[in-house]
Structure formats: C-alpha cells, structure tokens
Design a binder for this molecule. Sequence first.
Ligand SMILES: Cc1ncc(C[n+]2csc(CCOP(=O)(O)OP(=O)(O)O)c2C)c(N)n1
Ligand SMILES: [Mg+2]
Length: 340
Amino acid sequence: MDVSIEDLLPGQAESGTDLAPETLHEMYRYMLLARAIDERMWILNRAGKAPFVISCQGHEAAQVGSAFALMRGKDFTLPYYRGLATVLVMGMTATEVMLSLFARAADPNSGGRQMPAHYSSRRLKIITQSSPVGTQIAHAAGVGLAEKIKRGDAVVWTSFGEGTTSQGDFHEGINLAAVHQLPVIFQCENNEYAISVPQKMQMAVASVADRAVAYGIPGVSVDGTDVLTMYEVTRRAVERARRGDGPTLIEARVVRLTAHSSDDNDRTYRPQRELKNLRHQDPVIRFAQHLNDHDLISEAEDKELREAIAAEVDEATDVAEKAPMADPETLYDHVYAPSS
Ligand SMILES: Cc1ncc(C[n+]2csc(CCOP(=O)(O)OP(=O)(O)O)c2C)c(N)n1
Ligand SMILES: [Mg+2]
C-alpha cells in the first residue's frame, strides 16, 4: 500500500521544522552516545568481559526521533532489546547501561539477573520485556488499557522487529488496542532480518504497515534512518493517542549494521555486496551530514561533542566494572516469597 504520512496522520506537512537547533544537537548527541556505548560493548564482549551484545547500530535515528516525541517522566516505553537509544533518551545513563552489561548489583534493569538489553526502570516508566520476542506488545496494550481506565493522558510506546510481527502477541496486542482505542504506539523497526531469516521468508506482505488495515488503525511505513521523519511521524501518532483517537502502527525502515548479536556471524548469510553497502545507510552519518549541510554544527563542535561522549563512555565503563556483584545471599530475592 503506497500512502503518505499526510494521508494517514494529517498534521504539519514538513518534517521536524519546529525543532530548535539546540534540540537537533541533543538528538545528535543521543545518537552518538548510543553508538559509542554500543561499540564499547562489542569491544568488552570480544575482550571476554561482557557476555552478550545485541546492537542498536543502524536503529539510532528511529529510536531517538520517536523518543523525542514522547514526554519523559510521563509516557511509558516498552522497548525491545535493540532499544539502547530509546532508553538513553528516556533518561537511562551510560553508567546504568554498563552496570547491566557487567551484571552488577546496581544494574537498574534487574540487579544483574537478566541478560543485557532487557531494559527497565520504574523511575523512568520503562517496562521490561521477556526474552520470548513480542511479549512487550501485549503488555503495552495492557498498560494502555490501564491508562484509559484511570482516565490518564499518558501515551504508551512499544518497539519490536519485523520478524516479531509473526508472533501471536503482535496480533493480540494490536487488536486489543484497536478495539478499545487505546493510547498505544506500536513501532516496528524493520531491519529486514530476523537473525538470518530475510523478510520475504517471514511474511507475504511487502510492508508491516500494511497489516494495520486488518485492525482498523493507521499504519505508516517511513524511512527509519531519518531522525526528523521519525520525530514527525511519532509526534502525530502521539497527538492522536493523547486526544483519545487510538493506536498507530509505525514501520521504521532501518538497517542492521552488525550481526544479529555477538553470538552470530552474518557473513554466513548476508551477501557480500549488502555488507559492503551497509555504511552508506548509516543513520548517524546521515544526520551528521544534515547538520553540516545546514550549518547547524561546525567541525570543531562535532569533534568536541565526540570527545565528551568518549570520556562519558570511558567513565561509565570504569565505574561499572569496579561496581560490586550481587551478593549470592540475594539469589532467591524476587523468586520465592521470604520465609517468615
Ligand atoms: C518467541 C521467540 N522465538 C524465537 C526467539 C529467538 N529470537 C531472538 S531474536 C529473534 C529475531 C527477531 O527478529 P526481529 O523481530 O526482526 O528483530 P531484530 O532482531 O531483527 O531487530 C529470534 C528469532 C525468541 N527470543 N523468542
Ligand atoms: Mg528484524
């Protein structure tokens, strides 16, 4: 289905035009920070210090653009495992991310119990996912229902990959949200692979957004490597949700710049040509170019920003690596009720 954002989510026509230069800088900073943390995590993994990495590299624009359209401290997010940039924008710090990677006691996600990349924070209204993909989609509909019953005006945002839309949870979550007009935004980050399975072997439709029509809700497919488009389309979906008009399905077309995870070797199933061309679609390079073309950042400012981020990631890594492990005595906490 070939429809524009304007057809499905009418609003201000030009993307991102209302954003101040300071906001654009902030967006860029979060994209760079997510990339720098992600790259550091791979180094730590290859050095034998971190058990597992699953990257957001290539998804940064989709995540930063959408998160900037949400209200931090008010709206709920239920990100999937690639949601590093999402949780950073929502308020998680680089140190907290590293505490989780090293499975330290102070890890805010689970006190060092969950795998890395299962983000959660009560303070930031980030709700954890389980390892079976898609569980968070049904949970998001549930949180949306609770918000509606409470007559609140918070929006619920959740993310998942295109392979996950083959799971029953996707159908059940969207259907419930659509029937009850719940304030939920479903963001599919379509990187065209589910581990090694390409999209055409996963679904018979060309676009995940096409599925929205079956639930009676708007579905839009956009360039997820463009942070401003992502901001704009999410802003419109947020407006719809907050005024009680129900859910939206957003398909962000992104690229997976790495292997599926640190346990995967994508050279065994991705054509050489595709691997070579990946960097031409890098959302971070793309936004850097945009800021440069519009005289929104100088070379010196860019360099200074990258240095500050490198220092922040160094500091976060040091603090987390030195932090204590969870006490073995606490092993059964939150598993069994304490005996009286
Ligand atoms: C129910 C379930 N089936 C299979 C898996 C193994 N698994 C983990 S990630 C993944 C691929 C998901 O692909 P997609 O939804 O496209 O997300 P992407 O990793 O590409 O961002 C699979 C099959 C799982 N975790 N849960
Ligand atoms: Mg995928």
